[in-house]
Design a binder for this molecule. Structure first.
Ligand SMILES: NC(=O)c1ccc[n+]([C@@H]2O[C@H](COP(=O)([O-])OP(=O)(O)OC[C@H]3O[C@@H](n4cnc5c(N)ncnc54)[C@H](O)[C@@H]3O)[C@@H](O)[C@H]2O)c1
Ligand SMILES: [Zn+2]
Length: 372
């Protein structure tokens, strides 16, 4: 299947609607604006009657944005409580999820309670998973605070936790009631976390939108300088593409698989490094290596393969397997990948930049070369 979409880079609005054709009642708005975090209490009121609000966040975001949000919700008359867990991917597991579920039950969570997932992709995935499972599912709002979460993970309703056997193996589809993207909160992000999120923008552009990829090439220096206007345009473009994909294929039956570009290798790298590498960095490595595989299979022209690698390098992202990678672990992780089916791992590969070919088996000989 060949796939190509186009984001509209020029008519960026502050609100993007995600329309789910089969479940109109679950459609929701994404708001992208500087300072929009301050409007969260008003948004909560507009979502209808929620008896209690539970902010779920991590230990880094709690003091930065959690406490002020808690205060402001309380001032607006909400019964609000904040729960936090230690920051980092190693918290994305069943015992943290169970601890949060236990706290919610002790605090008398009800079907009409609301969860606010305030943080990066880890918080969004864990808090979303908790919201999806507690009492068979309650409402939640995504308030992403990393570049990665703002451009990718907060939209689309995939929530979940990692299992010792692999990443994101336990989870659900649970759409948020709203997504609030405030680029101001990115100011406190470390340089490494900032760069990390850019990898998912490169992914979505490479997979689906040639014009966005060109815009990234043109804006690479501005993005590296953390120019807020350029960044906001790129966030807007990525999010509207992601929304368009989710509208067409909420459950990842086809089109949405294109967003796994770079992730077959990327997840195996993360798992083999036992998560001591950032998700976006692993995805950047995956994008570069999978582009090379596509080129070797005669799908992707050589010059386009080089464009992928050079854009990643300009954004200061890694493009080669880490020296410390255990090849044995990497091999087993590739074998257990969710997208594999006995024949060997299946990949999303680039036909050209902006066009993905989904479900491509890769000859074992090419995989073996990765270990050479
Ligand atoms: N559900 C999806 O569709 C989807 C898509 C892509 C990625 N993901 C998942 O997202 C996760 C990665 O997300 P991430 O990169 O955001 O990681 P993260 O949530 O661990 O955040 C990275 C670090 O930045 C800190 N942080 C967050 N916001 C901050 C801020 N504004 N200022 C300062 N520090 C801040 C966090 O505390 C953490 O230490 C992975 O687990 C990945 O699997 C999910
Ligand atoms: Zn990802």
């Amino acid at each position: 299947v060949y796939i190509e979409l186009n984001s509209n880079l020029h008519t960026m609005q502050n609100t993007i609607q995600v329309r789910l054709p089969l479940r109109q009642d679950r459609s929701y708005a994404i708001t992208l604006a500087e300072g929009t975090l301050d409007s969260l209490p008003a948004l909560c009121s507009s979502l209808g009657k929620h008896r209690a609000i539970f902010i779920i966040t991590d230990s880094t975001v709690a003091p930065l944005y959690g406490r002020p949000l808690l205060r402001s919700l309380t001032e607006h008359g909400f019964h609000a409580v904040m729960l936090d867990f230690p920051a980092g991917e190693h918290s994305k597991n069943a015992s943290i999820a169970l601890a949060l579920q236990s706290r919610l039950l002790e605090l008398k969570v009800r079907r009409d309670s609301l969860v606010i997932a305030l943080g990066g992709g880890v918080v969004g995935d864990v808090a979303g998973y908790v919201a999806a499972t507690i009492l068979r599912g309650i409402d939640f709002v995504q308030v992403p605070t990393t570049v990665l979460a703002q451009v990718d993970s907060s939209v689309g309703g995939k929530v979940g936790i990692d299992h010792p056997l692999g990443k994101n193996l336990i989870g659900a589809f649970h759409q948020p009631r709203a997504v609030i993207i405030d680029p101001f909160v990115l100011r406190t992000l470390s340089a490494a976390e900032y760069r990390n999120g850019l990898a998912e923008i490169v992914k979505i552009a490479a997979a689906l939108d040639r014009n966005l990829f060109r815009a990234l090439e043109q804006n690479a220096d501005a993005l590296r300088r953390r120019d807020l206007a350029a960044l906001k345009r790129m966030i807007g473009a990525s999010v509207s593409l992601k929304a368009a994909v989710v509208e067409r294929d909420e459950r990842e039956a086809g089109l949405r698989k294109a967003l796994n570009l770079g992730h077959t290798i990327g997840h195996a790298v993360e798992s083999a490094m036992q998560y001591r590498i950032r998700h976006g960095e692993a995805v950047a490595i995956g994008l570069a290596i999978e582009a090379r595989i596509a080129q070797q299979m005669g799908l992707l022209p050589e010059n386009e393969c080089l464009r992928v690698k050079s854009l990643l390098k300009r954004l200061k992202l890694p493009t080669a397997l880490p020296g410390k990678l255990s090849k044995h672990r990497f091999g087993s992780a590739l074998a257990i990948d969710k997208k594999s089916d006995g024949v060997g791992p299946r990949f999303v590969l680039l036909g050209r930049i902006g066009t993905s070919v989904i479900g491509t088996p890769v000859p074992q000989s090419l995989i073996a070369r990765l270990f050479a």
